[in-house]
Design a binder for this molecule. Structure first.
Ligand SMILES: Cc1cc2nc3c(=O)[nH]c(=O)nc-3n(C[C@H](O)[C@H](O)[C@H](O)COP(=O)(O)OP(=O)(O)OC[C@H]3O[C@@H](n4cnc5c(N)ncnc54)[C@H](O)[C@@H]3O)c2cc1C
Length: 382
């Protein structure tokens, strides 16, 4: 067992850090408060090889491991928390599911623009009546000529304001076995964006309505029976989500640590008060424990997909740790931490959302309990 990064990983981290300091440090605070996607950052990252890290070289990616992608996202976040979303979109989210299961036609059609930072892809799972109970989704795919007609509504979709294509979970037939997925272009007739809304994080989202949208057969990603595969790919998204939680918690921690060594009250540095030292000790223990769980899940995935159990444990723990640490860091910084002068309040708001997004902490704990007892616990009432 080795708890050190390899020489290659350390070198990669250094190069991402140098890139981030040079291109992302300036403007990090302004970027965090803009709801728009940072396209300039996406294009820079594409040139730097930070999009498609885990995608095959034949598909235009870098052929790296999940661990490489985790190193990239946490390093970028340590300099510019908002820019970490670009690493997420270009490596961990539906782009990875497309890379994993997409046909040559689908990859040729979409990956070039996605990997050049010109476009993003969203994943539409959640519906008004299907949140945690995602298998209750109702968006239907009905055969029509050479393809399908899609009808339904998706909510809370990240990047829905500007995504070029949506990887939508749809129902080809009844039950869990009837679920699959299709790629829907935003420009397709019948795709309609509803009233825009904003998350507590400042990110914008809008309802996505599919009114009899025609999807040709070649745009079906996974036919009925594809739900398990879809979720296996989604575990990568969860690793990116966990990485950002931890990284933003760490960002806030580092900022509070520096402040505690600078700010004086009662004639002493904040760092000299035991009441605050113990807060820092608790924060550090949470961060280190979360880091080990995250790296275990990522390292064990190697070039494949991470295990459901290790991912659930890592995400639930990192989500909690990230939020708790960022929140404590804010407390240590007093009114300054609560103010938009600093990015600490932003880290708290972002970390709060990840406790819900991508499988809430409660749902992940249900999954962990199933592993513990080696049986499934259906959540439906009788
Ligand atoms: C920032 C953000 C980004 C998101 N991005 C996307 C996206 O890109 N694409 C997408 O499809 N969706 C997205 N979502 C939606 C997200 O997947 C859902 O919010 C999530 O699955 C929970 O669904 P819900 O909000 O409807 O809550 P509900 O399912 O209504 O749950 C409400 C509460 O009850 C708890 N709960 C529910 N069932 C159980 C149970 N069986 N046991 C214990 N507790 C339970 C939940 O944990 C939660 O605390 C995003 C959400 C957020 C906050």
């Amino acid at each position: 067992m080795d708890f050190q990064p390899t020489a290659e990983q350390a070198q990669f981290r250094d190069s991402v850090l140098a890139f981030s300091r040079k291109h992302l440090a300036a403007g990090a605070r302004e970027r965090a408060h803009k709801p728009e996607y940072p396209w300039d950052v996406a294009r820079l990252m594409a040139k730097q090889g930070l999009l498609g890290i885990t995608l095959a070289e034949a598909d235009g990616g870098q052929g790296g491991s999940l661990m490489d992608a985790v190193i990239a996202i946490e390093t970028v976040a340590s300099v510019c928390p908002r820019s970490a979303d670009v690493v997420q979109a270009g490596n961990f989210g539906p782009i990875r599911v497309l890379g994993e299961y997409g046909s040559p036609f689908q990859k040729t059609k979409f990956l070039k623009r996605l990997l050049s930072g010109e476009a993003v892809i969203s994943v539409g799972m959640t519906e008004p009546e299907a949140g945690s109970a995602v298998t209750d989704l109702q968006t239907s795919a009905t055969p029509d000529g050479d393809g399908f007609r899609i009808n339904g509504t998706k909510v809370f979709t990240t990047h829905s304001a500007y995504a070029e294509v949506i990887l939508a979970y749809v129902r080809f037939g009844p039950g869990v076995g009837g679920i699959g997925s299709v790629l829907i272009e935003k420009s397709a007739p019948g795709v309609r964006r509803g009233k825009p809304s904003t998350f507590m994080s400042g990110e914008e989202w809008a309802e996505l309505h599919f009114d009899n949208v025609h999807v040709p057969g070649e745009m079906v990603l996974l036919r009925e029976g594809g739900f398990k595969k879809q979720m296996a790919g989604f575990n990568v998204e969860r690793i990116g989500n966990a990485s950002r939680s931890l990284a933003l918690g760490r960002y806030a921690f580092e900022r509070a640590r520096a402040w505690a060594l600078e700010r004086r009250q009662f004639g002493r540095l904040l760092a000299e008060f035991q009441g605050l030292q113990w807060k820092f000790a608790d924060m550090k223990m949470q961060l280190d424990a979360a880091q080990l769980l995250l790296y275990r899940a990522a390292a064990n995935a190697d070039r494949g997909l991470p295990s459901a159990e290790e991912t659930a444990i890592a995400k639930a723990y990192c989500n909690r740790a990230g939020f708790d640490v960022a929140n404590e860091a804010l407390q240590v910084m007093g009114a300054l931490g609560y103010s938009q002068e600093e990015l600490v309040e932003y880290c708290v708001r972002r970390c709060r959302g990840w406790m819900i997004a991508g499988g809430s902490i409660e749902i992940l704990k249900n999954r962990i309990a199933e592993s513990i007892f080696e049986r499934s616990f259906p959540q439906r009432g009788g």
